[in-house]
Design a protein around this ligand. Sequence first.
Ligand code: H79
Length: 431
Amino acid sequence: SHACWHDMRSETRAEKDQRMRWWRESTFGLFVHFGLFAIPAGYHKGRRVGRGTSEWIMHSARIPDREYAKYAEQFNPVGFNASEWVATAKAAGVRYLVITTKHHDGFCLWDSQYTSYDVIDATPFRRDIVKELKDALRGSGIALGLYYSIMDWHHPDAVLRKYNHLNTPPARANWSRYREEYMKPQLQELTAKFDPALFWFDGDWIEAWSEEQGVELYNFLRRLKPSLLVNNRLSKARKGHQGMNRYKHAAGDFGTPEQEILKEVEGYDWESCMTINDNWGFTKDDSNWKTTSELLRNLVDVASKGGNYLLNVGPAADGVIPAESVSRLRDIGRWLLVNGEAIYGVKRAQHAHGEGKMVRFTTPARERSVVYAVALQKLSPLRISNIRVDKSGGGEVRMLGHGDAHVLYESTDQGISIAWPPGTAEAGEHG
Ligand code: H79
């Protein structure tokens, strides 16, 4: 109903494929949640505030804006080194990085001319974190994505009834003024300053936000920069807090399942964002770290279902990414150095089936005769059905990382049965 001739959603299929291409081929991205919340790190007045509340602490602990804003005076991440963040991203093998330029608390990680509630004007640090990151990413081959929360607990025009305990009375709030005089100018500013490859919106569920506003914003952004990718959270189409849309032709380019991997593949691009421990933002005592094996299984699972995996880190108040996260990312990257061709630039292999649900399949996006099988645990022999190896046509079975050595296998009517070369590791085993 909102479609009209200049609706940026009405590009042709080929045009959209072209625009989405780098992102689809990337498969793996790094999410960075950084902001004032890294200082309380899950604690308020000496008490742990629930689970999974790091970046939500202002809401969860009912901290008034004026009190929370004092964290800005303490925000001094002197250990922040953009080159180190980029080195970690590089080592992990991610192809894009998405950083929280403004989370729900409203604090801005870049020098914004539209607010003094930012890293330059409100903190002793006085360095533009987004700019330093942008500069460090130059030449890295890693694309920059900017997270921006529509919901804003600080801006007086954006404060809503539901979150009213935090701020000024709703009578003073003016949602359209917030959109026109703050949000859109900031997004224009972010685009001009940092030339992002994508915008990652959040906080779409608030009452004041509508699909019409989402479509309008989508068109606004694509006119600013036609090649931009935008997630579906600038729309109103999500099923509650689930990642995928309730209706077609919603604004946005891809779905955003959060802390979950989809069971079924729908006809819409998607990206699973997940944490390594239990929180997005840094949390002092959150040591529930997933193992590298689990993270790798997730990456492989997502890739085999045609999605992207956006894995999160929450740098501490000193600006340093926790060592537990860095070591896991490095381990994933080492695995990708060997097995990356089964992960990057692939799509799901629709016909192959593995035994016991512990095998995942991908196929290169533009090469129909190759299928990659990744065993999530060591199965010997590895049985794969619905696959035929055309020996007379030069078909063969190989093991990534083992050079040209052919792997022994048996063909049966059902498919093939592969014997593992001695000394091979399963995903997550190293050595
Ligand atoms: O930025 C990260 C989260 O802060 C944000 N999206 C990701 C990418 C987000 N996660 N969940 N939600 C938004 C939905 C809100 C969940 C809540 Fe709660 C349940 C808010 C209050 C109760 C989680 C649990 C946050 C505080 C307690």
